[in-house]
Every structure is written in C-alpha cells, then in structure tokens.
Design a protein around this ligand. Structure first.
Ligand code: FAD
Length: 334
C-alpha cells in the first residue's frame, strides 16, 4: 500500500431532518487540528437528499473541501447505500483519516465501511492526535474496564478510521462566510439493489432524559446511602434548574434509571457546572465528566479520587451540606 497516495482528514457529516449532528461539528474542530498538524485538507462528506446547502455550515466550521452525494436514494440512512457512497468517495479521493461520530449511525456506517476497505477501525475514541511526520493517527480510548487509556495505531493500512464519542471534542466557533471547494458526486445505486426498505418512521413517544445537554448536572453516588437519600440530588438539581446524573453503582442499585448514568458505560457530559456528591471518582466515572467547566465535589473522605479531578471540593457529610445548599439556592433563584 502506497501511503503517499493518501492525503486529507475526513469527517463523515451526519445529518438528520436537515440538521447536522453536533458531534460532526465537534469532529470538524478536532479534524482541523489534525489536518493543520499534517499540512493537509480537512474534508467533510455529506450524504443525503437535499443536503448540498449544508456544505456552507461545514465550511464555516472549518472544512476546506466538502464532498456531497445529494440523491433521492439517500433520503433515509441505510447502511448499504451510505456505505456504497462513502466507499466510492474514499476509493476515488483516498483520505488518510476518516472520523465518524460514535452515534448509532456513525458506528453502523464505520463498521460496515471497515469490512470492505482493507483497514481497521478504533471504536469509541475519546482522544485524538496525529504524528506529524508519519501521519499515524493516535486514537485513544479507555481499555481494560477503563483502568488504562489505550492508544491504538493503524500502521499498515490507509485510511485510518475512528469513531469518536459525542461531547468529548470541541467544535470551533463558526466563521460566517468562510467557504471552500465543493465537490458534487453521484453514484449509480438502484432502489432494487438495497435490501433495507424504510416503510415508516415512528418517533419515540417516551420522554428522553438528555443530561448531556444540561448546563448544570447534579450527580450523586453510593454515598447517598439509598433511594431516599438520593432524593437530595433531585432536590438540589431542581433548585438549580439542572439535570440529575448518577454513578453506575447508583443505577445498578435501581435508585435512578440508566439514561442518568455518567461515565464510560453511560453518557459523557460537559456541563458548565458538575456536582459530584458522594461519588468516589472511579476512572470509569471520570471519563464521562472530566471535561465539565467547573467540577464541585462533596465527599466525606478527604482522600477520595474525585477531589483530584475537581476545581472545588467540600469534605463533609452530604446529608449536612446538601440540605444547606438546597435552602440557599432555592432562596437565590426564588
Ligand atoms: P463508591 O465507589 O462506593 O463511592 C461512594 C463515595 O461516597 C465514597 O467516596 C464515600 O467516601 C462517599 N460517601 C459515603 N457516604 C457519604 C456521605 N454521607 N457524604 C458524602 N460522601 C459520602 N461507574 C460510573 O459511575 N459510570 C460508568 O459509566 C461506569 N462504567 C463502568 C464500566 C466498567 C467496565 C467497570 C468495571 C466499572 C464501571 N463503573 C462505572 C463503576 C466504577 O468503577 C465505580 O464502581 C463506580 O463509579 C462507583 O460508584 P460511586 O462512586 O457511586 O460509589
């Protein structure tokens, strides 16, 4: 394989009902840094129906080149059709790196593409870097139960591919009017060649808990003792207008449901303020909240690991401190 034929950092731009997924904008931010370090183009790939105009946003968020496949066959995401478009583009323009959001669509597409291209895929990456001279992508992710960070390299094949967790990379501020090279492509895919048919789209009626979108997250751990004690977390979150987060042990104990879980096997959050109350600070929890703007920990153990990751720490009993906070914040925001 001649590596010199491969150039450019690509981001698969995920689109839903005319909107670009936030993770794709975050990846453009991360991809810009990698592309600049390598001195190559940052490119976005958009696949859909009626999506060409979205290229303007992709340029504003940092891309130099946008490849667009705008055809009726791509109206809905289907693995086979999107995979054919991405393979076509990749084989024609030969990128050195392709990044996808670690969403259900991104993971599905990346793994399908990886079965066809002679290359590998690092899943669920949380840190990205690149070696300037060799161009090797350094894709890091928690491994062995989250106890270590593993950096995974793809030394023998191109493109190098990774899915990246939402909310861990930062999008650049958009530069209005910034533009680049638009490359419009089409492929000949017939409806009868696609086995998956979208018969109907049924929107979920259950209310989704989106702690990853909250500005304030109040998270509680096993230190709250039991489900009744955990009510303090709900009350403080309510007083602050924030969302409720939890450690895995709390979710496993059934005090709150899984969508509230923060961490490696839960949600990654980056709120402006994160309260960690009665949470020890295991690495699997930290990977899900360590990039929060301001971290405030309350724990009765002065040596708890959570204090290492916090901006402010209060050593003490949650049952004494939290009711005082609820009282004061309720007055302040009344
Ligand atoms: P504990 O570790 O029991 O800590 C309780 C803390 O409360 C202690 O620090 C204690 O000092 C303090 N405390 C006790 N009483 C009080 C009080 N009255 N006032 C104040 N403080 C008090 N964990 C996650 O959170 N998210 C994940 O996504 C996740 N994924 C995992 C994936 C794998 C593969 C594995 C192996 C583990 C994972 N874990 C995850 C579990 C993780 O390792 C820890 O077990 C878990 O985070 C501990 O939860 P905790 O901090 O609530 O409980």
């Amino acid at each position: 394989m001649n590596f010199e034929e491969y150039s450019g950092v690509w981001v698969f731009i995920e689109e839903n009902e005319g909107n670009i997924a936030q993770v794709s904008l975050e990846l453009l931010g991360a991809g810009r840094r990698l592309a600049d370090k390598r001195g190559v183009d940052l490119c976005g790939v958009i696949i859909g129906n009626g999506v060409t105009l979205l290229s303007e946003t992709v340029f504003e968020y940092g891309a130099d080149v946008v490849y667009v496949y705008d055809q009726e066959i791509f109206t809905h995401y289907r693995t086979e059709s999107f995979m054919k478009a991405l393979l076509h583009c990749s084989e024609k323009y030969k990128p050195e790196i392709i990044l996808y959001g670690a969403t259900s669509t991104g993971k599905d597409l990346a793994s399908a593409v990886a079965t066809d291209l002679p290359t590998g895929l690092t899943a669920d990456t949380t840190e990205l870097d690149v070696e300037e001279d060799t161009g090797l992508l350094l894709a890091s992710r928690p491994a062995f139960g989250g106890n270590i960070m593993a950096t995974i390299l793809c030394k023998k094949y191109r493109p190098q591919m990774a899915t990246v967790r939402p909310k861990v990379m930062k999008a650049l501020s958009p530069e209005p009017g910034r533009t680049g090279k638009l490359v419009e492509e089409t492929i000949d895919v017939k409806e009868e060649d696609i086995r998956t048919k979208v018969l109907e789209i049924v929107k979920s009626t259950t209310k989704k808990v989106r702690i990853d979108e909250a500005d304030i997250v109040v998270a509680g751990g096993k230190g709250l003792g039991n489900a009744d004690g955990f009510q303090l977390i709900h009350q403080l979150a309510q007083a602050l207008g924030g969302a409720v987060g939890a450690s895995r042990d709390v979710v496993e104990a059934g005090w709150v449901e899984h969508p509230h879980q923060v961490g490696q096997t839960g949600v990654t959050v980056t709120p402006k303020i994160y309260f960690a109350i009665g949470i020890s600070g295991a690495i699997q929890h930290l990977v899900g909240m360590k990039n929060s703007g301001l971290i405030i920990a309350i724990n009765k153990d002065p040596d708890a690991a959570i204090f290492e990751a916090s901006h402010y720490g209060i050593v003490g009993d949650a049952f004494e401190i939290v009711p005082l906070l609820i009282q004061e914040f309720s007055k302040a925001f009344a």
